[in-house]
Design a protein around this ligand. Sequence first.
Ligand code: MCA
Ligand code: AMP
Length: 525
Amino acid sequence: MPTDSAARLLASLSAFPQKEAIRFGSRTLTFGDLDRLSRRYAAGLSAIGVRRGDRVAVYAEGSPELVVALLGHYRLGAVHVPINTHYRAEEAGHILRDSGAGALLFTPGPEAEQVLAEIGPLPGLKELVAVGGPSSVPGARPFEELLAGVAGVAGAPLPSGAPLLADGDAALLIYTSGTTGKSKGVELSFGALVANIEEMTRAWGFTAADRLALALPLFHVHGLCLGVHGALLHGFTLLLSEKFQAARIVREFEENGATAFMGVPTMYVRLLEHLDTHPAAAEALRRARLFTSGSAPLPADDFRAFEKRTGHAILERYGMSETLFTLSNPYSGERRPGTVGLPVPGYEVKVVDDAGQEGTPGELGEIVVRGNGMMTGYWGQPEETARSFRDGWFLTGDVARSDADGYVTIVGRKSVDIIKSGGFKISAREIEDVLRRHPRVREVAVVGAEDRVWGQRIVAAVVLVPGAESAPDAVREELDGFARAHLADFKRPREVLLLPELPRNALGKVQKHLILKGLPGPQTP
Ligand code: MCA
Ligand code: AMP
């Protein structure tokens, strides 16, 4: 029997066949179109040998086809594995290898094709599917071929009805950075996804009448889970953009009847800048029902500036790939600037000391959570999974205080090695591991410095190999080129400090806070 969770995700497809599901520029797809296309795509995938439980990786720009693919994967019971499209060969190759993906969807173009060429053949990766245009990659099938029925392969029956998937089956495998270099796969089940996204979006008053302006990437849980899964669960319309542009978001409200927007704080900085130069745009935003923010701290000043311009108190919430969405300011009730609010229904949240004991209100501690949106575990890493829990509570690594009335304020992270820039989570260790391979580099320490637009910006403190020094600008340029070649663009250090030595304590441990201390405060790039 189909279970509630998987069936709930597909229910709108048949419930609202004529209704606009996605508007993407001049294109529109109804829920009926999503139903028909995702069945065909699932049949096409099945015909080329993809089976239930297989991982299908998606390294592609946001488009309606990605929603068709997601639904097709769910119909087949294949696990959807998104890959950040900024990733270069080492980062994307790691995910393909670690997940054991049997098929990969990619957006054709020189950058992605170069990345695929650098990764080279992988034994498990049998099928490449080009989505969004023709590709010169040998053996790559066009996405349309899967929709049309695959030539030369015995036709597989169209998957019909809801899939035979249990709540505990893996739906998504999403890679996230940790403190230890390479990213880890977070396995999310249908049960966890549906339980948490339904609770969160219901608490925010979403219904089928909404039209969500969505410019978040579809390779992280913010855009993919809250945005796409929220739309599927409630039957609301997505006004989808491939890329965030403030003017485009305003147009979604002015011309396309948007009712809501979800963004990271950097997007609100950009919206505020846009309102500075286009004050009339505030009128269209004023008519909206809801603006939410998450993935990084929203500065209280930006909250207030946005409220002053548009009349909207941005609803800030908190989450993690591992736990989905666990704290949120209320929809009705006080949205308190600088805080992430109260536990989301289905979750318990505590702020605890190192022994796991809750303190008194106002005391700093680590946020620990337990509830129904929790990951199944880190893919293939049972020990790492076990280490991330204590007595059944997930250890978030985020440091916060809880007020007497339960509102939680995040003040930082336990590890300085986790950086959040523009909503992307970045491992300082991963950047250090790459830069250390440069022949001029003897030692390197990467830190996240406060930044007005990005929240944090990446700074690398570098000690050069004796005798390998050169003009500072030339060294910086070389390191920049090296970082560009090996890392996603957003992980590239924006500043390189050339130091005679790294600050260390008596035990030889690098004192990253001293590197940060030497830097100026929040900067606009
Ligand atoms: C782009 N750039 C960045 C970032 N993004 N630099 C630092 N941090 C970034 N996040 C740089 C590029 O390297 C490039 O630099 C220049 O900006 C222009 O690149 P472009 O791609 O055109 O930038 P953009 O389109 O303006 O991107 C900014 C953005 C984007 C829209 C804010 O970063 C974004 O979509 N962020 C959302 C991330 C997200 O969804 N996180 C949710 C994770 P150069 O020109 O020098 O090469 S899930 C999560 O956190 C939890 C669960 C939660 O609670 O939600
Ligand atoms: P990710 O691994 O990309 O899912 O990022 C999760 C992390 O983002 C959390 O552990 C927090 O550090 C951060 N985060 C998410 N939402 C907020 C928020 N509203 N305020 C502060 N930090 C946040």
